[in-house]
Design a protein around this ligand. Structure first.
Ligand code: GLU
Length: 449
């Protein structure tokens, strides 16, 4: 994973490997950004020099803590909690919490690193951070989830705050978990500090469109990419991996824009539904009943469940990976390419491996990295912070219009930056360079801290 780096950057990347041994996901995220710094790596200005990169690759603060809780059988359980406060050059640390058994320091650091540049790209005043736990919510009762969230917040509360660090949701953390987390923060601090968390419920400080924002934003971004080459979603066959919050609202927006989503997936397999995914049924199975996709297939005659193989084998024009990191490897990219895929836009964080990205770019498939295309979620979190700060709440249409405008601006920034640095059409270079330069500028201005 080191090929292609500029000779000035290679020793810097080697130092990151050495300093963060075994953290493969973190290495991958740093590698992708360093690869994009090639156009400025030979310059004498401060941007790509070690004095900045060295600090950008080192989180400002990393917190790891014990989360003890009692399950429904009265057994004491232990999980590990994390909050990595990566970079506050542009604003308070901002980024979600992930509850998933795969969570470890490498995963949280890669997410926090990505978040820093994503948040920079949104144009909003937010730094980067990420947190979570190796807690597995699957099969846990509501009360177990509540007890876990309360214990998690009993440590986290001392590290966060409206002006310090503002967590939100991610995989395994949605409206229910944020409610329990906010309640415990309020109880411990005796403060109604609505701006301390985003993704809150609509009746207690949440923002319209926050739930839909990541999925909607990804599709707005993909639509703008298609428009750039004179195309649209009309009658396009679309495959969306995942069946969580991001995927569900990506499906909804694709359908609103005239495309047809024919496959979605979860950890049990994928469903192919040539009649087009039935959104109401999908929402009922996943959001209300919290069941597997087999329940979707059982209720829909046009659908079939596939439990072996890969969703990327389903022929499509547009692929939106909206599940998790590294879910689209080289083999998936080759299969998509063989079936004539036109566009790949990431709704998840780092779903495509470096090998898959190289295949898409080599074949001139339109490809958008998550830090650009999935930035709508965190951008709407920043809109929630704005509403909280002014004790206001906006309507759905007004908020969606703001999201659409922000995604349009991020798209324009990526296109213009890529062009300016000699890589027209390269959204990876555009997103990474634009995100990086803004953070680096602010760090230079603020001195060595
Ligand atoms: N977890 C989301 C992301 O990956 C949203 C974070 C937030 O809203 O703070 O960007």
């Amino acid at each position: 994973m080191t090929e292609g780096l500029h000779p000035n950057l290679q020793p810097m990347f080697d130092a990151v490997l050495e300093r963060n041994r075994g953290e493969t996901e973190f290495h991958q995220a740093v590698y992708e950004v360093m690869l994009s710094l090639t156009p400025i790596a030979g310059q004498r200005d401060a941007y790509a020099q070690w004095s900045i990169l060295k600090r950008i690759c080192e989180p400002e603060r990393q917190i790891i803590f014990r989360v003890p809780w009692v399950d429904d059988q009265g057994r004491v359980e232990i999980n590990r909690g994390y909050r990595v406060e990566f970079n506050s050059a542009l604003g308070p640390y901002k980024g979600g919490l992930r509850f998933h058994p795969s969570v470890n320091l490498s995963i949280i650091k890669f997410l926090g690193f990505e978040q820093t540049f994503k948040n920079s790209l949104t144009g909003m005043p937010i730094g980067g951070g990420k947190g979570g736990s190796d807690f597995d919510p699957k099969g846990r009762s509501d009360l177990e989830i509540m007890r876990f969230c309360q214990s998690f917040m009993t440590e986290l509360y001392r590290h966060i705050g409206e002006y310090t660090d503002v967590p939100a949701g991610d995989i395994g953390v949605g409206g229910r978990e944020l409610g329990y987390l906010f309640g415990q923060y309020k109880r411990i601090t005796n403060r109604w500090e609505s701006g301390v968390l985003t993704g809150k419920g609509l009746t207690w400080g949440g923002s319209q469109v926050r739930t839909e924002a990541t999925g909607y934003g990804t599709v707005f971004f993909a639509r703008d990419m298609l428009a750039e080459v004179g195309e649209s979603f009309e009658d396009r066959r679309v495959v969306v991996s995942g069946a969580g919050n991001v995927a569900i609202y990506a499906v909804e927006k694709v359908h609103q824009l005239g495309g047809r989503v024919i496959a979605v997936s979860d950890s049990s397999g994928y469903v192919v539904d040539e009649a087009g995914i039935d959104l109401e049924l999908l929402k009922d199975v996943k959001e209300v009943r919290r069941e597997r996709l087999s329940a979707y297939a059982a209720q829909r005659t046009s659908a079939r469940l596939v439990t072996d193989g890969s969703i990327w084998d389903v022929p499509c024009d547009v692929a939106l990976p909206c599940a998790t990191q590294n879910e689209l490897p080289e083999s998936g990219a080759k299969a998509l390419l063989a079936n004539g895929v036109r566009l790949v836009a990431e709704g998840a964080n780092m779903p495509c491996t470096p090998e898959a990205i190289a295949i898409f770019q080599g074949a001139r498939v339109l490809y958008a990295p998550g830090k650009a295309s999935n930035a709508g979620g965190v951008a709407t979190s920043a809109l929630e912070m704005q509403q909280n700060a002014s004790r206001d709440s906006w309507g759905f249409e007004e908020t969606e219009a703001k999201l659409e405008e922000i995604m349009g601006e991020i798209h324009r920034t990526c296109v213009d930056t890529a062009e300016q640095y000699g890589s027209p059409g390269d959204y990876v270079v555009g997103a990474n360079l634009a995100g990086y330069i803004k953070v680096a500028d602010a760090m230079v201005a603020q001195g060595v801290i």
